[in-house]
Design a protein around this ligand. Sequence first.
Ligand code: SAM
Length: 293
Amino acid sequence: MSSCAADAGGPVPGAATTAAPPLREVIRAYGLTADKRLGQNFLLDLNLTRRIAETARLGPDHSVLEIGPGPGGLTRALLDTPVRSVVAVERDPRCVAALQPLVEAAAGRLRIVQGDALALDATDLVDPPAAIVANLPYNIATPLLLRWLPTLDRFTGVTVMLQSEVADRLLSPPGGKAYGRLSVIVQWQARVERVLGVPARAFTPVPKVNATVVCLTARPDRPAADRATLERVTAAAFGQRRKMLRQSLRPLGDPTGLLTAAGLPPTARAEEIDIDGFVALARALADRDETLG
Ligand code: SAM
């Protein structure tokens, strides 16, 4: 069963953090002027943060990993759910300082780790049952997701806010405008659901683009394939996405042989091939590499 929930709206009972000062006050008191290099666009609307936390379907046994708590808006919403604990990884020392009153108010349920989320192993930070919930820094959202994919089954769900353009690529079916390498690599390993759209004006400062919350869960029926080989195939295929595969797969050698072995028509284009088709191509390439030694 999926652990993602489409936005249901409505309040979440229990406000453990109502005593904390308003977020705008925290931002002012700690001088949290937004640092673009850290992808800082803060979400100060507590109704929205509550809705995001609610869609993650967190239970009392859950440990939640949050990346980039910033001034702590989403962190508060997570603490207002019944979860066992929240571990929040933040790179900006100013935000880490600003979160200390919340750490105290949370009475042992909140731990802040100062560091670069890209350098940490998410599975080391939280014990199962665990979930990831975050308003991700846009500049590292895709590398973070790619890093989490192989161990996605260790989390009941990954509920993240992303630039809508990236969310579209994660969600796109074959034939869609946004369908590409990222769609294939992610959908091969995960089921991706759209949870909620968030307009740019909801953030402070207001970014140029809208955001979308998506939820990823591990695919129990994921077809076996070697990720590196699948990446080689998708890189070649989408490198020339308008061309027929018999042309675009040339860099891999004998494209017609590969397409025949994969049961795909040589006239097909990358954007028409579904996940199973790419997996079949990756297997055909791996078999050929093995045969050639
Ligand atoms: N969660 C907050 C909110 O919703 O208002 C802030 C979200 S803001 C989009 C992204 C946050 O990620 C910022 O607080 C930023 O400092 C932090 N951040 C940026 N790069 C990071 C990294 N490599 N590791 C951990 N945190 C990072």
